[in-house]
Design a protein. Structure first.
Length: 677
């Protein structure tokens, strides 16, 4: 088989906060795939960078009294330490705030402009007269122009689901200064995405460039027509100034994906690699992007269109993944399940999480759950109780009775050959990103190896001197089976595998030489490779996460924090609050609303009385997942007639919107109809 040249990237983490376990789903998934390709002998380069531009970074640096450069360097150091801690094997980890990125962004923009794909248009925007800056949609709050709901963001209403321009908000305020924004005209630059509609339709439907689920979503966007994309922002803005437009800056989502190219250019300049051999139009290399499903729009429409228009090759494939829940729920700071990478590393072996994510991950975009009880049980059972157990059961006999030397032959070469042949299916599964299925296949081999040792009972045979050779043969068989299993697990457990390699004393485990058993060979003394997870360790990690929340509770909120984006409203009297009748309700039915982008229709049971409520939570919840759950509703809200029907109340939810919406759940014991006091 000819060896392949691959370039792989993960999405760029934003340089405005720490890495948490939700982020790590992507980087661990990518790293396992990259390490598998390298183990198979392919050339596979893994490139990434911090996404270091945008308004939130500018405002946070200002609040902290430091320069944006100081902030992004500090965050880069933290991110790199976290990734190193989880053994993420980047060939180059860079930043989008670089000379390489500035030059490439300017070049791509210039080529698109020369080809007629850039236009200028004057638009009216919300402007903060006190902060003296134009306001992004999420930095404006006001009342919905459609239903009148208060405290809505400048792009959409989370109550009725309406979308609108921020200039349409009623009584808008800036979340930066609290001032009322004014309308101000500004000339902006737009990328004519519609010029590439035919190209993108073909690209997204052929050669496995995108997953089936993503292709279905893209079909909806194509049917509604691809709109011009605003690629400019007005000063003050933290980013790159557009070359021929003083005071105008590239929108962060233009230069962020170009950061993949810039990081690779930095690597090429350092290592003497041909950049065009990977990014040129005639490139024969393979290019893969691993991203979260929430940014599929940018990576499967804007990005390939930009590349095509600027004369570069397009990706071989864009692989999307789902989100992470913990114990079946969205990560929560109050429960301690919003776990930072650094908090995890203070308590647990990173390879435990790498293995558990591998067990859960498939090739689709479904969310995965980190059930902490199952996590401990799976690691203890699979890795400690099965895999490491094979080596520990055999190594002692070889070292004590046979001077650390293996037999010159295998007692069951057919079993060994079966283990070798199983690698072809495991390789196919790794290649297809079906890691969970691959882990099941590997653990099935571990079961076979342990069953072999159980049946042979070397601990019984060793009592009879006449059976010494048989014991040596059995343990040689067992350790060779262990060696194959560790070869298959090497992409997932690189450090544990290194310990196994030192113990086996035969160099690095290699996929292509696994068919050659270790015979008449001296091994090193066995040292425990992994230890069991204790419940106390997990509890300590959760407690640290809660303590981190307490430490930050009294700090001045960062510009990107919920409190900074959504300040506490003016005080009200107790009598005003007492007018609200909050009740526990059970969701007995939840369904999509035809023609509504953000609404779900909920039927709520108040212990015999039912209410029909439209809630703007479609982006965060699958209707089926809501049925049977308890929540809190405003029961005495006057019914409101909407174009979809009559809404008879309001469900309470928290969060900025989109995927980050969380309906309130009462504690166990609450019953439908109970008043919330």
């Amino acid at each position: 088989m000819s060896k392949r040249n691959l370039l792989v990237t993960s999405a760029l983490p934003y340089a405005n906060g720490p890495i948490h376990l939700g982020h790590l789903v992507e980087y661990i998934q990518t790293d396992i795939w990259v390490r598998f390709q390298r183990l198979r002998g392919n050339s596979c380069l893994y490139i990434c960078a911090d996404d270091a531009h945008g308004t939130p970074i500018m405002l946070r640096a200002k609040q902290e009294g430091i320069t944006p450069e100081t902030l992004i360097q500090r965050v880069w150091d933290d991110h790199k330490a976290d990734f190193d801690g989880f053994h993420v094997s980047f060939d180059n980890y860079y930043t989008t705030h670089s000379d390489e990125n500035r030059e490439l962004a300017s070049l791509i923009y210039s080529r698109l402009k020369e080809a007629g794909h850039i236009i200028r248009r004057t638009i009216s925007q919300a402007y903060d007269p006190e902060a003296e800056m134009f306001l992004p949609d999420r930095f404006i709050k006001g009342s919905c122009p459609n239903c009148g709901a208060e405290d809505q963001y400048g792009d959409s209403c989370e109550v009725c689901g309406a979308t609108y321009a921020p200039t349409d908000l009623v009584k808008p305020v800036s979340v930066i200064s609290g001032a009322q924004p004014v309308e101000k005209d500004s000339e902006h630059y737009f990328f004519k995405l519609g010029d590439f509609q035919d190209f993108l339709k073909q690209w997204t439907r052929e050669d496995g460039h995108v997953q089936t689920e993503i292709a279905s979503k893209l079909k909806e966007w194509f049917e509604s027509g691809l709109q011009d994309w605003d690629i400019s922002r007005d000063a003050p803005y933290w980013g790159f100034e557009i070359p021929d437009a003083p005071g105008k800056y590239f929108y962060v989502w233009l230069d962020a994906p170009i950061g993949y190219m810039a990081s690779f250019q930095n690597y090429c300049d350092r290592e003497g690699v041909d950049f065009q051999a990977y990014w040129g139009k005639e490139s024969q290399a393979e290019l893969y992007h691993f991203i979260g499903k929430d940014i599929a729009y940018f990576h499967t429409l804007f990005w390939p269109a930009m590349l095509e228009g600027a004369g570069y090759r397009t990706p071989t494939a864009v692989y999307c993944h789902g989100f992470l829940t913990v114990n079946g729920k969205k990560m929560s700071k109050s429960r301690g399940t919003f776990i930072k990478a650094s908090s995890y590393l203070n308590h647990l072996n990173p390879e435990y999480l790498r293995y558990y994510f591998a067990v859960k991950l498939g090739s689709g975009i479904d969310d995965i759950d980190l059930n902490l009880e199952d996590f401990a049980q799976r690691v203890n059972s699979d890795l400690v109780g099965k895999v490491v157990n094979i080596a520990s059961r055999c190594a002692g006999f070889i070292k004590k009775k046979f001077n650390g030397r293996l037999s010159s032959s295998l007692p069951d070469s057919g079993m060994y050959d079966d283990f070798v042949r199983s690698g072809e299916e495991i390789a196919r599964l790794y290649e297809a990103r079906e890691f969970g299925h691959a882990m099941r296949e590997i653990m099935a081999l571990a079961d076979v190896a342990n069953q072999y040792i159980d049946a042979a009972k070397p601990w019984v045979l060793i009592k009879d001197e006449a059976s010494a050779q048989e014991v040596q043969d059995i343990c040689t068989q067992g350790l060779n089976l262990f060696r194959i299993i560790m070869t298959y697990l090497k992409p997932v457990l690189p450090v544990t595998t290194a310990g196994a390699e030192a113990f086996l004393n035969a160099g690095e485990l290699n996929w292509d030489t696994r068919h050659l058993p270790l015979l008449d060979h001296a091994i090193e003394p066995f040292k425990p490779l992994l230890t069991r997870i204790e419940r106390e360790t997990i509890e300590n990690m959760l407690e640290e996460s809660k303590e981190h929340l307490k430490e930050t509770a009294n700090e001045t909120p960062r510009p990107d924090s919920p409190l900074a984006k959504d300040p506490i409203s003016n005080e009200i009297s107790f009598d005003d609050f007492a007018k609200l009748d909050l009740r526990i309700a059970r969701i007995v039915e939840a369904k999509q609303v035809e023609g509504a982008d953000k609404l779900l229709q909920l039927t709520l049971d108040l212990d015999g009385e039912t209410r029909n409520v439209f809630a703007g939570i479609k982006s965060a919840y699958d209707p089926e997942s809501l049925k049977g759950r308890l929540t809190v509703m405003v029961a005495n809200l006057a019914p409101r007639k909407m174009r979809f029907g009559l809404s008879e109340g309001m469900v309470l939810a928290a969060g900025p919107g989109g995927k980050d919406l969380f309906i309130l759940n009462p504690d166990e014991g609450a019953q439908p109809g109970m008043r919330v006091k």
